[in-house]
Design a protein around this ligand. Structure first.
Ligand code: SF4
Ligand code: SF4
Length: 318
């Protein structure tokens, strides 16, 4: 892989966009200016102990894929301290790498989904998403039965009254494309596909430019327009650097196949919350896995197949 700190690709999602290099940006910025920016970044937190030093070091933090193990450990310790200062909560940020011989995939039985949206709330709770802005990774589409016209679907329906006569429900989240247009579109390489197929974001490297949002055909990416509203008592303290650690205003986020859970052999929170058993998750490389059984024995389809994004998310019916 080329150095994400160095030359960055011409944006492939927005045509004429100029390449952006964080290193070039830093060359142009004075240390004084950077220090002012770091001070601004920490303005919302009380200054105590290492707060100022942490803010400056975080500002100059490298790309996750280029940091040494020691630098990642330092970054994690800084982020844990920052969360403690901001929310008064002790969290653990783990850094589990992809498991050997694992490629994750997800399948959803649309004949079982009744639109209850339990997956949506479970995902928010698991992933420490902003409550006031209601950053939701899953969008459950309500459509006329048999139409499959997702462009004219409704995802603002009242989940207390489902299932509605004549309607069907189709949850959409990040499809963890094998050929992800969001990754190609990112001018700073802040997002990439890991060896287990999970498409991740380094929130500390994201510049919030939105090119990935435009490039994603599945409406999967969410932007923190405001400082996330995360009540301390609601914080899930078990997190991953590339997953559900608390985020900041101005960065992109999305479903990570619950990287903090699935790399430890657990199932995604949305799957566990589903009251109808519509969801199946597992290792596509394991011929004995349930997901492989679904793919080999059911009639499956993927959304927008013609785009060649090659999602690792399938739909099927009984
Ligand atoms: S669904 Fe969207 S955000 Fe997820 S990998 Fe594909 S293009 Fe990227
Ligand atoms: S896999 Fe995890 S992050 Fe993705 S939608 Fe489900 S609960 Fe949310």
């Amino acid at each position: 892989m080329s150095d994400p700190n160095e030359q960055l690709p011409e944006n492939s999602g927005s045509g004429s966009t100029k390449a952006i290099s964080r290193r070039k940006f830093f060359k142009k910025a004075s240390i004084a200016g950077a220090t002012v920016a770091a001070t601004t970044a920490m303005a919302s937190t009380p200054v105590d102990g290492d707060a100022f030093t942490d803010a400056v070091q975080e500002f100059f933090q490298g790309h996750y894929q280029k940091m040494t193990k020691e630098e990642v450990a330092d970054a994690i310790a800084r982020l844990e301290r920052k969360t403690k200062r901001k929310y008064g909560v002790d969290i653990q940020i783990n850094n589990d790498p992809p498991l050997e011989g694992v490629l994750f995939g997800y399948a959803l039985n649309i004949s079982k989904c009744k639109g209850y949206r339990k997956c949506v709330t479970a995902c928010m709770e698991e992933n420490n998403t902003s409550r006031a802005l209601q950053i939701q990774y899953i969008r459950v589409l309500e459509m006329d039965k048999g139409s499959m016209n997702i462009e004219e679907s409704n995802h603002y329906y009242d989940s207390e009254t489902v299932p509605q006569e004549g309607k069907m429900y189709l949850p959409i989240q990040c499809h963890h494309c094998e050929n992800p247009p969001c990754v190609r579109a990112c001018p700073t390489k802040a997002t990439w596909k890991e060896d287990d197929g999970i498409v991740v974001i380094d929130y500390n490297w994201c510049i919030g430019c939105h090119y990935c949002v435009v490039a994603c055909p599945y409406w999967a990416r969410r932007f923190n327009w405001e400082d996330p509203d995360l009540p301390p008592e609601k914080i899930n303290p078990v997190t991953h650097y590339l997953g559900n650690r608390p985020r900041e205003r101005g960065v992109m986020e999305k479903c990570t196949f619950c990287v903090q859970r699935t790399r430890k052999g657990k199932l995604p929170a949305c799957l566990e919350a589903c009251p109808t058993g519509a969801r199946v998750f597992g290792n596509l490389l394991d011929p004995n896995s349930e997901i492989r059984y679904i793919l080999e024995n059911k009639t499956v389809f993927r959304l927008k197949e013609e785009l060649n994004t090659n999602p690792k998310f399938w739909y099927y019916t009984d």
